[in-house]
Ligand binder design. Structure first.
Ligand code: SAM
Length: 247
């Protein structure tokens, strides 16, 4: 969903800043607007400078190097969640991590930290591809913010960050029957929540013990073994629901 403005579908663009009263789009954004979308003078577009607001502009001129936009209005974007959910996701093989980033973006996750753990098979940096996936997903679902995709972290760096959250869902399939349930960890009043999901081979016993040493016990996502990307997506969805983002 790009955006609805006066009943018509309005395209959404992310930019460093939203200049008022006149703004010029150049480079890829100009090319996309002029050559791909074949936008016309007089049409309206939404510019998002990642501040949570939609800035509505009218196209007033095209030339070979830029598109000139005239500011119309600034509207608070109601699709952004109030919950700050950070997903710590182990890098996965193939394009599964991009798929995960796309779905987590649609679900309203604000920050995504890819990490490497003992059993991570994929070790290659993917930040550029992941940021592109987040950018496109934010446009598609009508967000005003593109989630922050950090550089790849180590497992220890992940553990060190987890202390900064109101609640932490350290998902672990071995927690079924003897760990915590997600609604025992999430009380619904949190402002900041972290979700951690492991790689295709799961967390090692040592990693589970290290997390427990830091006070983060395993949380079950049910009795079946989920694919890593399913666990991240399902976990994020349940957390959003428990924290009232779907009311
Ligand atoms: N070790 C698993 C096995 O025996 O096949 C594979 C790990 S699973 C594919 C990848 C990750 O998803 C796990 O590290 C965990 O974070 C999460 N996960 C999968 N199923 C889960 C469940 N039922 N409860 C909690 N977490 C789960």
């Amino acid at each position: 969903m790009d955006g609805i403005c006066g009943g018509e579908k309005v395209r959404r663009f992310f930019a460093e800043k939203a200049d008022i009263p006149v703004m010029r789009l150049t480079g890829d954004e100009r090319r996309h607007l002029a050559d791909v979308l074949r936008a016309r003078q007089g049409e309206r577009i939404i510019v998002c400078p990642n501040d949570g607001y939609d800035y509505v502009y009218e196209i007033t001129a095209f030339d070979k190097s830029s598109v000139t936009l005239s500011f119309v209005s600034r509207e608070f974007n109601l699709t952004e969640p109030s919950l700050f959910l950070c997903a710590y996701i182990a890098l996965l093989k193939g394009d599964k991590t991009e798929f995960e980033v796309q779905k987590l973006t649609e679900l309203g996750v604000r920050r995504i930290v890819p990490f490497i753990s003992e059993r991570t098979v994929c070790r290659s940096e993917k930040s550029v591809r992941l940021r592109r996936a987040a950018h496109e997903a934010s446009k598609q679902c009508g967000r005003a913010v593109i989630p922050d995709i950090t550089e790849t972290a180590t497992f220890e760096e992940v553990l060190a960050e987890l202390r900064g959250y109101d609640s932490v869902v350290f998902s672990y399939e071995g927690a079924y029957g003897n760990g915590k349930r997600i609604n025992e960890v999430i009380n619904g009043g949190e402002k900041r929540v972290a979700l951690v999901t492991g790689p295709e081979g799961g967390f090692s016993d040592g990693e589970v013990a290290r997390a427990a040493d830091e006070g983060f016990c395993g949380v079950t996502l049910g009795k079946r073994i989920l694919r890593a990307e399913t666990a991240a997506i399902a976990g994020a969805a349940v957390i959003m629901q428990l924290c009232g983002e779907w009311k």
